[in-house]
Design a protein around this ligand. Structure first.
Ligand SMILES: [Zn+2]
Length: 133
């Protein structure tokens, strides 16, 4: 092998430097390059997840604010004005003629243009899952 040539997989995927040591099949020259490469590769996913978390957090704080004000219902229009987005909840079920949504530990029922029965769910203990975990 001449100078400048490399075996397949012997150059760092991040910086292109020769990989001069380590196990066979090593893809990076050092941990720093490895981390940089993986961070860039997963950035899109992280941003998408962060956006969803932002929407969920906003919805949650709106619902929590309603509960803290001593209310258990609100109009859809009112919620929309507050920035609530029904597309971001942690669970959704269609039940007969209404829709049930859960946002973390807050559950509510959508009937027509009214959100009713906003309530906190009881915390579930891990032992309630029995042997399934
Ligand atoms: Zn490198």
């Amino acid at each position: 092998m001449e100078y400048g040539e490399n075996e397949k997989g012997k150059r760092c995927l991040e910086c292109g430097d020769d990989i001069t040591y380590g196990r066979k099949g090593r893809k990076f020259c050092c941990d720093r390059c490895k981390n940089t490469w993986h961070n860039r590769k997963t950035r899109g996913t992280r941003l998408a997840k962060a956006r969803v978390m932002t929407m969920l957090n906003r919805n949650y704080s709106i619902l929590n604010g309603i509960l803290e004000a001593g209310e258990t219902s609100a109009g859809v229009e009112q919620l929309n004005r507050m920035g609530f987005n029904f597309g971001y909840c942690t669970s959704y079920h269609k039940i007969r003629r209404h829709d049930e949504y859960v946002c973390f530990d807050i559950k509510f029922t959508l009937i027509g243009s009214e959100v009713v029965s906003i309530r906190k769910l009881p915390l579930v203990s891990l032992k309630d899952f029995g042997n399934t975990l």
